[in-house]
Design a protein around this ligand. Structure first.
Ligand code: URA
Length: 317
């Protein structure tokens, strides 16, 4: 791992003695804590001569064939019934087991999400029945952090630990995220809005067996994330991983091609970077993630220079 002189200078200036450690390129035993990137996502990263890439992980047993989507009939107050339409025939997974087809049952989504205040939004997410993930979750994971944070982090979806605890990024990916944040002077612990981040996920509920989010699930959950962004009004958003990027930017371009630029969503600058779970498996790419953090930091500094005080938000907290 080689740092540029500029990066070293920034680290010294920030008082960070060493950037986060580089773990060996071993297969992570608990890599399923967050949905591992698909081989396609791994291939997103341009190979670099000095860092041979480990082979992409095998596709997960539950990785889905085409999802079956059915829309539940009204009954707004009752949980959505299961689909009666059978999905495609089960497909044998690489492990030899038959993987059931992923099935998404859509239910009613609360009206007026785009004008909800924080309490209403929390209540709506807690009781959401807009897709069948609500049937398998222990609880939804709303997000956490400073509600007026300058930085907002967007991840993918709760994993097993997050589903149990109701907090985002609590596993090994979360530990790496903490170190990444620390390297740019940020924290998720209680701190002023300039230092404490707000963390949210594209999906508020855990996909079974940590499979990838499916497009109808992402679409159903999207208004919650957009409303969180509108309420936090961050100066910069860090979109971590393929699903955060695709959901926010509406782009299917490879993540590697979207990095290094400042995108805009709802008037907020968005910086694209790799998901910490991916970086655990491909630690050489932490150098690229560091570049992304530096870019986000530059955007933030510019925003502070242009408008030191943000207009106070009138929404009830
Ligand atoms: N935990 C989360 O909350 N989100 C992720 O994207 C990964 C792990």
């Amino acid at each position: 791992m080689r740092w540029t002189e500029r990066q070293r200078a920034m680290l010294r200036e920030m008082g960070v003695p060493a950037f986060w450690p580089v773990e060996p390129d071993a297969v992570e035993p608990d890599a399923v804590e967050a949905a591992p990137p698909s081989p396609a996502a791994v291939a997103d990263v341009a190979p670099r001569a000095e860092s041979p890439r480990p082979a992409p992980p095998p596709a997960r047993a539950v990785e889905a064939p085409t999802p079956v989507v059915s829309v539940a009939e009204p009954a707004p107050v009752r949980p959505a019934p299961r689909a009666t339409r059978p999905g495609p025939a089960p497909v044998a997974s690489p492990a030899g087991r038959a993987a059931p087809p992923a099935e998404v049952v859509l239910g009613p989504r609360p009206a007026g999400i785009e004008t909800m205040d924080w309490p209403a939004l929390r209540t709506a997410v807690a009781g959401c029945q807009a897709c069948s993930l609500s049937q398998s979750r222990t609880q939804s994971v709303f997000g956490a952090g400073h509600i007026e944070a300058d930085w907002m982090i967007v991840g993918e979806a709760p994993g097993e630990q997050e589903d149990k605890l109701g907090e985002p990024f609590v596993g090994r990916a979360g530990e790496l995220l903490d170190r990444m944040l620390e390297a740019v002077g940020l924290t998720r612990a209680e701190a002023p809005a300039a230092q404490q981040v707000f963390i949210a996920n594209v999906l508020k509920c855990r996909p079974p067996a940590n499979r990838n989010p499916l497009p109808p699930e992402v679409a159903q959950c999207e208004p919650y994330l957009l409303r969180q962004m509108a309420l936090v009004r961050p100066r910069v958003v860090l979109a971590m991983g393929r699903f955060a990027v695709q959901s926010l930017l509406k782009s299917s371009e490879p993540l590697g091609k979207l990095r290094g630029r400042v995108h805009q969503v709802q008037g907020v600058p968005v910086i694209v970077t790799y998901h910490p779970a991916y970086l655990l498996r491909s630690p050489a790419d932490k150098a690229l993630a560091w570049d992304d953090l530096c870019l986000a930091r530059e955007v933030l500094m510019q925003s502070r220079a242009q408008s030191p005080d943000r207009a106070p938000d009138q929404s009830p907290r």
